[in-house]
Design a protein around this ligand. Structure first.
Ligand code: ATP
Ligand code: MG
Length: 185
């Protein structure tokens, strides 16, 4: 699975609709301090199902919505869309086929009303999104996303946490999501 596009509207500092095309190969994001580089990585983690406001550097999840500046009013919602190329890998049965090999996952949050997900235009649950990305050995907690301070975190991680990292890297994290689900039934 390869990320090919990221669209943001009202997410943190990205108040106007912004679309980034991510071409194959190495992509660098450069800019002065505070211009929104980390916000982009957080947007990717958020649309993949991040549920902890703390790891989004937020007090509550509504804080990901553009909070306004002296010259611009705040917004009532934030939306992030992630378009991936599945590179021929099958999609979970609940997700309708997209455009060619495309998978588009959208997460939208409304102020005071929580967030909802869509995958290829269909409403899906947070758990479904977690499964899609866990099966692709990526996702909100995947070692594929390395944020500031994470390397030091891995070095000082407890054995259990390190094991989780290895399982994600091995692409078997989806099995745990399914087991947890089966145990709850
Ligand atoms: P550095 O180079 O220092 O790591 P960066 O490019 O990673 O900087 P970010 O941390 O992504 O910058 O962006 C921080 C900016 O995002 C700050 O200016 C902050 O005010 C803004 N920001 C964060 N949340 C919101 C929000 N909800 N509404 C408006 N602006 C926000
Ligand atoms: Mg940063």
């Amino acid at each position: 699975m390869r990320i090919s596009r990221l669209r943001l509207t009202g997410f943190k500092s990205f108040v106007e609709p912004t679309e980034l095309r991510i071409e194959p190969g190495l992509t660098g994001v450069v800019g002065p301090n505070g211009c929104g580089k980390s916000n982009l990585l957080e947007a990717i983690r958020w649309v993949m199902g991040e549920s902890s406001p703390k790891s989004m550097r937020s007090g509550g999840m509504d804080d990901v919505i553009f909070a306004g500046t002296e010259t611009r009013p705040s917004r009532d919602f934030a939306e992030v869309a992630l378009v991936c190329d599945t590179e021929g890998a099958p999609l979970p049965g609940l997700v309708a086929a997209g455009d060619g090999d495309a998978l588009e996952v959208v997460r939208r949050i409304e102020r005071g009303a929580g967030s909802a997900y869509r995958a290829n235009g269909q409403d899906v649950r947070a758990r479904d999104v977690a499964l899609i990305f866990a099966d692709a050995a990526t996702g909100a907690h995947s070692p594929a996303l390395v944020s500031q301070g994470k390397v030091a975190g891995i070095i000082s991680a407890k054995p259990q946490e390190r094991r989780q990292l290895l399982e994600e890297a091995a692409g078997i994290a989806g099995l745990h999501v399914r087991r947890k689900d089966a145990e709850q039934k």
